[in-house]
Each structure stands twice: as C-alpha cells, then as structure tokens.
Design a protein around this ligand. Structure first.
Ligand code: SAM
Length: 382
C-alpha cells in the first residue's frame, strides 16, 4: 500500500486533494471538462493504494471477464433446482453470521421495551438467509420482508416455515414500483401504469434493523426504459425505504467483506449502526434519492415510443441521462478532501481481500475485470 503518509498536508483545508493537470485526470477532463464521482474516487484510490492499482491493471484482461461471466451463468442455473436454492440460502446465512460476528449488525441491541416490539425489515429478502440469521439472534422480534415474486424472476423463499411463522410477513412485489412510498404520481400514459403500486406497505412502522441486499436479476422481465437505469432505481428505492423506516440512533459505519464466499467479487457490505434518519442530512439525502428514482422512472424517451400522449415531463434520452449521472465530480472532490483518509483506511482491507483472492485464479495474469470495477456499495446493511 502507498500509505497516505502526507495526509495532513494533502487533505488539509487549503490543499486540494488533487492538483489540476495531474496525468490521472486528463482523459475525463478532455472529454467534457468534468470528471464523474466514480472516476474521481477510482483515481484517488489508485493514487493512494498500490493494491487497488494492481486490481485496475487486471481489468484489462479479457480472460477475467469470461471467468466472471461463467460464474454468473452458474448462479442463474443453480437457482433452477432445489439444491442450488438451498446452497444459496446457506451462503447468505453464513455471510450474515460472519457480518454479525465482525460488527454485531444482525443483533438488535435496543433494550427490551414491552410497548415497542423489536422489528426487522428485509427489503429484498429471498431466499431468506439474512432474515433467518437476524431472527435467530432476536427470536422475539417481528420481521417484515419484500420479495420479488419468482414468476417475475425473483429468488424463491427457502427459509424454513416462513409462511407459517407468525413473526414473519412477506410482501411479494417489485420494490422499485412502489410509487406510494416514493411520494409521486404516475404520469399519464406511462407504459408501466398498471404495475406501479400506490400502497404504502409499512406506513407508520419503524424497524430496528433494515437489510438492503437487492441485486438486479437478469431473469426479471422489465420494460425497455428501465434497463440503463435499473441499478439506480433499485438502489434509490432501497435507500428511501430504509431511511423512512429505520428507528433513530447514533452513527457508525463499517465495511465488511465476507470470506471466502465473496472474496473474488467486488461486492462488500456496508454496516451503518444507529442511523440518524431524522437528521437534516438524512432528510436531504432521501429527497435526493427520490428525485433520482423519479427521473430514472418517468423521464425516459423510450417511454414515449409512438405515443405522444405519454407524459414524460422534460424527457431525457438515455445518453444525456448517462452523461448527467456522470457529472458531480466536484462533490466527490469535496467529500474526499475531508473523508479521503478515512475512506482509504476502510477500503484497503476490502480491496486487499479481493486482490489476494484473484491472484489465485488461474486465468489472471493481472487482476480483476471491467465488470468488477469500482467500489459500488452493492449490498448495504443498516
Ligand atoms: C442476493 S439476493 C438477497 C439474498 C438475501 N439477503 C438473503 O439473505 O437470502 C438479491 C435479492 O434481490 C431481489 N430483488 C432483485 N430485484 C428486486 C426488485 N426489483 N424488487 C424486489 N426484490 C428484488 C431478488 O429477488 C433477491 O431475492
């Protein structure tokens, strides 16, 4: 690791995190004068963590892409038979147990209160490994979940007797279509008008533990406009649900990468304890995530097709949408100025685990794949 040994001068108030004109910035600056937050953060990590640079060099290796494509196909195939489904459940359970061992995230720590029952919300619940782990630790709690129905490509529930357990209630539906929670009206003529739901399924309910582990599934049939925007829609939906339904507390964020199950992937978990969901910062963030969801859901040119009656507001074609999504690097710079050294401390162990695991993969001369780029927080546990 290149230790951030110049931390104090480099990140001090007067010193910018990057000097303009540094080689690492030139390509994005050439294209439109601005860098995306992703690019800024990747370049920052590359500059300060040798092991991240090592991973990035490996992304050029096409063999790596083939290796990961095969893995994804294997996971899809495995969900077609009961044994594969049970295996996935067991893996999710082991991951949850590991996260709890490292962070106590799955253990509800609030003192028992006869008037307020402990409660868990699992936003993308199937097959139910996380839910099982959480209930094992707090058997007195109730658990509410959302699961994409299997007929829409969602995973099957595997948790034993989930449908007979009085503590457990599962809403089957697509979390990204629960427009009632987001607080918008569906525009006239929207191609998915029939599948949005205005129901507020957890209205007035607060939860001690919220699990956000949704991942886009390749088998889910989706309207065309969603494809380029789905990752944002799913993340924003989960974050809005989580923040609107989590009980108040203090703040602590930890990163955790389960071994060996997810060592080779770029995914890791973020655990935030005692989130202050009523703070102004949190409320501002929720408003922003709602806007991101609405823009991704209501403004695609693809919604209009040949029907001029469809209200897409100020519609945005996908290219411009992607371009806009890529802006905002100035915000990332400001965050790194303050948070950069902490980010490095948190990220290095996670990146080191992936790099070490990939070194053992035969097809890798370098490390990593394009698919594996970056540090997207794929799974978030709050
Ligand atoms: C990695 S699995 C979650 C595993 C779960 N945490 C466990 O412990 O068993 C990802 C989940 O996201 C769900 N999912 C993906 N897209 C969804 C959507 N639009 N609405 C609801 N669930 C969705 C999938 O059905 C799947 O259950």
């Amino acid at each position: 690791m290149t230790a951030p040994n110049k931390t104090s001068s480099m990140f001090g108030a007067q010193a910018p995190a990057f000097e303009p004109g540094q080689a690492a910035y030139s390509s994005a600056q050439e294209s439109d004068g601005l860098l995306s937050p992703d690019q800024i953060i990747k370049q920052y990590l590359e500059k300060h963590l040798d092991v991240y640079g090592e991973l990035r060099r490996g992304w050029e290796n096409p063999q790596g892409d083939i290796h990961f494509q095969k893995r994804l196909e294997k996971v899809d195939q495995s969900q077609k038979n009961p044994r594969g489904r049970r295996d996935l459940f067991r893996i999710m359970l082991q991951i949850a147990d590991q996260i709890d061992e490292a962070t106590s995230a799955f253990t509800i720590s609030r003192p028992k209160d006869p008037d307020v029952r402990a409660a868990i919300l699992d936003l993308c619940m199937a097959p139910g490994g996380f839910a099982f782990s959480a209930l094992k630790r707090s058997p007195f709690a109730k658990l509410c979940g959302i699961a994409l129905p299997p007929e829409l490509g969602g995973f099957e529930m595997v948790m034993r007797k989930w449908n007979k357990d009085k503590r457990v209630s599962v809403h089957f539906g697509d979390i990204t279509m629960l427009v009632g929670e987001m607080g918008f009206d569906v525009p006239a003529g929207h191609v998915d008008a029939g599948i949005f739901s205005e129901e507020k399924i957890f209205e007035g309910q607060k939860f001690d533990l919220v699990l956000c582990d949704g991942q886009i599934l390749r088998n889910q049939p989706r309207s065309e406009y969603r494809e380029p925007r789905e990752a944002r829609r799913l993340t924003a939906s989960q974050l809005v649900f989580a923040m609107q339904h989590i009980r108040e507390g203090g703040t602590l964020v930890q990163l955790f990468k389960p071994k060996p199950m997810q060592a080779k992937q770029s995914s890791f978990y973020m655990v935030a304890k005692g989130v202050r969901s009523d703070s102004n910062t949190a409320l501002r963030a929720v408003a922003e995530w709602k806007e991101i969801w609405a823009e991704a859901t209501f403004t695609s040119e693809a919604l209009r097709g040949n029907n001029e009656a469809v209200d897409t507001g100020d519609s945005i074609d996908d290219e411009i949408w992607m371009e806009r999504k890529g802006k905002g690097g100035d915000k990332a710079l400001a965050v790194l100025d303050e948070f950069g050294p902490t980010l490095l401390k948190m990220a290095e162990p996670v990146i080191a685990i992936q790099a070490a695991a990939l070194r053992s993969v035969a097809c890798y001369e370098g490390l990593g794949t394009k698919e594996n780029q970056g540090l997207a927080v794929k799974q978030v546990t709050m």
